[in-house]
Design a protein. Sequence first.
Length: 228
Amino acid sequence: MTWRSMLDRFTAPRRFANRTTAGAELAARLVAHGGYVAPLVLALPRGGVPLAAAIAQALQAPLDLLLVRKLGVPDQVELAMGAIAEGGVLVLNEAVVARLRISAQQIAQVKYEEEQELARRAQVYRGTRPAPQLAGRSVILVDDGLATGTTMRAAIRAARKDNPAQIIVAVPVAARAIAEAIGAEVEQLVALEVVDDLDAIGRWYADFTQMNDAEVCAVLGFEGVAGE
């Protein structure tokens, strides 16, 4: 089945009240699609956590995390030049790197800094808990939107290393070109809104309040350590 058949499109794009309500809508779509093998729902923290919680509840599936970090352009941190994910995965946005003439030294410095944050989050969110086993399962990767797709691409590559039966990407909103690219990398992509002019993901939510570490741990039922 092609990525096009997996995208749910509306003629009039709208804003979601918050991540939780968007997650409930995504959950209904995923339940309708069905056919999952021992599904496992993995949130990309922090934004994907409330959505993933709603999906896991609807599918009666385990909920966990796949840790990723965006590599922001120096002095333009909101612009992604790449991403890292647990398991040593690195994805670079070669077009951004070339256009802005970002040096290998700059990339290495930002990567180092984000690796420290990735390690910190792993300790806060997991402690001594092992990472989930993905082999042979339907792995559902959840985030609050796809703008450049860089962090999701890193998550997909990290998940593939563990030989899941299939990878499903679930997001409320996605840029059309990115949805096409990401959809070609996975078995299923479910997006409630696919738009030509995404701008910022936060624009598509009435409430886009960020979670802190303690809230992430609470939603996932992890003991965790109070963070920022």
